[in-house]
Write a protein that binds this ligand. Structure first.
Ligand code: HEC
Length: 136
């Protein structure tokens, strides 16, 4: 009877150990950069697309901004943004959103993720800035 219990115990421990070892073999992403929509453990561009709308969709801009009827209005709408502010301001707003508050949205300055400098390639950033500055 005792040996039977010991056998069961050994099987249970063996099974647990096997699964623990297997689980540890699965690569664990480092959970940094968990911005809105950013995928944990995958720093780098959210998309390879060079299409401004695709870049905005993939980078979750439209989770907080309204553009051309798409998205949600939490931050300032991006329609006609080029008529209000210039390209430098737009670039700064994307790279360093905490630096300056948009008029009327001062309470929300901490909302916008600080990770777009990593998530956008420099090419994508310029495409986006030029595209938005051109919205008049
Ligand atoms: C989690 C919500 C959120 C996401 C995601 C987000 N933004 Fe914002 N954004 C805001 C808020 C809130 C403000 C206004 C407060 C501020 O200036 O920080 C803002 C401000 C801005 C401004 C300045 C607008 C103005 O009129 O002053 C621009 C430009 C902008 N965002 C572009 C983008 C782009 C492009 C993306 C995607 C790459 C993006 N945002 C993603 C919330 C967000």
């Amino acid at each position: 009877m005792l040996t039977k219990n010991l056998k069961i115990f050994a099987v249970v421990i063996g099974t647990l150990a096997t699964f623990t070892i297997l689980a540890n073999l699965i690569p664990q992403g480092t959970a940094t950069d968990v911005g809105f929509g950013a995928v944990a453990g995958t720093p780098g561009p959210a998309t390879a697309s060079l299409d401004p709308l695709e870049i905005m969709r993939a980078n979750t801009c439209l989770v907080c901004h309204l553009f051309n009827g798409e998205g949600i209005q939490m931050g300032p709408p991006l329609d006609r943004i080029g008529a209000r502010v210039d390209a430098d301001y737009i670039r700064q707003s994307i790279l360093n959103p905490a630096a300056g508050a948009s008029e009327g949205f001062e309470e929300l300055t901490t909302m916008m993720p600080l990770t777009f400098g990593d998530q956008l390639t420099s090419g994508q950033l310029e495409i986006l800035v030029e595209f938005l500055a051109g919205q008049r």
